[in-house]
Design a protein around this ligand. Sequence first.
Ligand code: ADP
Ligand code: MG
Length: 244
Amino acid sequence: MLRVENLMNSFGDFRAVDGANLAVEKGKIVAVIGPNGAGKTTLFNLITGHLKPEAGKIIFKGEDITGLPPYTICKKGIARSFQLLNIFPRLTVFDNVQVAVLSQHNRSLHLFRPAKNLLVAETNHILENVGLLGKSQKIAGSLSQGDQKILEIAIALGNEPEFLILDEPTAGMSAEETTATMALVKRLAVEQGLTLLFCEHDIDIVFSMADRIMVMQQGKTIIEGTPDEVRQNEQVQQAYMGGS
Ligand code: ADP
Ligand code: MG
């Protein structure tokens, strides 16, 4: 479904992504791991069009999407959440998700129909799915950090993606919240047939949940394979498992 070939991107003289390669099959759950600064967020920004690569290719469903703007890529079916929260803190939970649903249905610019009444069922369905329906009239900024991260996932789902990218969806969460959130993400992916690309610091969760894992270091893909294959890799063992 997605193929990333030898992607490169620099900030000034610094190569943040320096030969990233990735292949994601439809319906699979794929994790990107690597130390802070490895280039994971930059890679996601390149895939979603928030950055333009200097070199390399991004192929989505057989189509070259390299360098297209974010809204075009979103319309093609790729939605994402951000490592740093990206919600409307002063709108209600419901309104945050409805904005995404409306935009996906090209409804946000209808002048003579009150948008408030449109696609309410669709919006509520998403909120119910992620467990936020009971909080739909709360102001988004008043939610706990964990619920705000889940709201961001709900907003991404509002775009009706086929391919969902989650950049550290559990950042700032307790161990318990992290486990619950990743279980939710897995359930959503399976139920909705989503293809999922994510990065997550909790290595145990990554190895138990992902079908495939790509390891990045200094902007490069050092290995991509099944959890077992990645576990056997010497560089990975040194970096993550104390060499044992
Ligand atoms: P990760 O998500 O794996 O922690 P990032 O992709 O955020 O890594 O960052 C990769 C490297 O690129 C880091 O060294 C970071 O400081 C640098 N970087 C990221 N974004 C920018 C930017 N907008 N300007 C300059 N340097 C950046
Ligand atoms: Mg990051």
